[in-house]
Write a new protein. Structure first.
Length: 141
């Protein structure tokens, strides 16, 4: 009886370990895919709402490049601004950060954005900061 109990416990732990490892591998593959999606190409802001106000034109000419080392670069003509980014597939968020003193439209990107929907060429995001609702759409150029 004791051997049967030990065998059941060992079997349970083995199955649990296999399932946990498989889940971790799947989650890592999803994270890797999200990074590849963001880093493959240049993105532009095609819609930006600050509350009810459409301020998309403030982003005209700006392009963003995301890198696999979680660095980001925004460019407009010869102007370049370094920043950082990160994503969480489990929380379904993406975070962007440009330093204080960055051009005004870039500072509006700062923060953690909830992913509303995304595919290979377009992402829609939302966040609330200081009681203000923001919505942003990024499109791959």
């Amino acid at each position: 009886m004791k051997k049967l109990f030990v065998a059941i416990v060992v079997s349970f732990l083995t199955v649990t370990t296999i399932v946990s490892c498989s889940k971790a591998k799947v989650e890592q593959k999803v994270e890797d895919l999200a990074i590849k999606l963001m880093t493959d190409g240049t993105w532009i802001v095609t819609k930006f709402l600050e509350g009810p106000n459409d301020i998309t034109t403030d982003f005209a000419g700006w392009e963003c490049q995301f890198y696999s080392n979680l660095k980001a670069e925004a460019r407009k003509g010869t102007q370049k601004v370094a920043g950082t980014w990160n994503s969480s597939t489990s929380a379904q968020t993406i975070t962007g950060q440009f330093p204080a003193g960055s051009p005004v439209p870039l500072e509006k990107i700062n923060g953690t954005w909830k992913i509303i929907k995304a595919n290979y060429t377009v992402g829609e995001f939302s966040q609330t900061k200081s009681g203000m609702d923001y919505r942003m759409e990024l499109t791959k150029k």
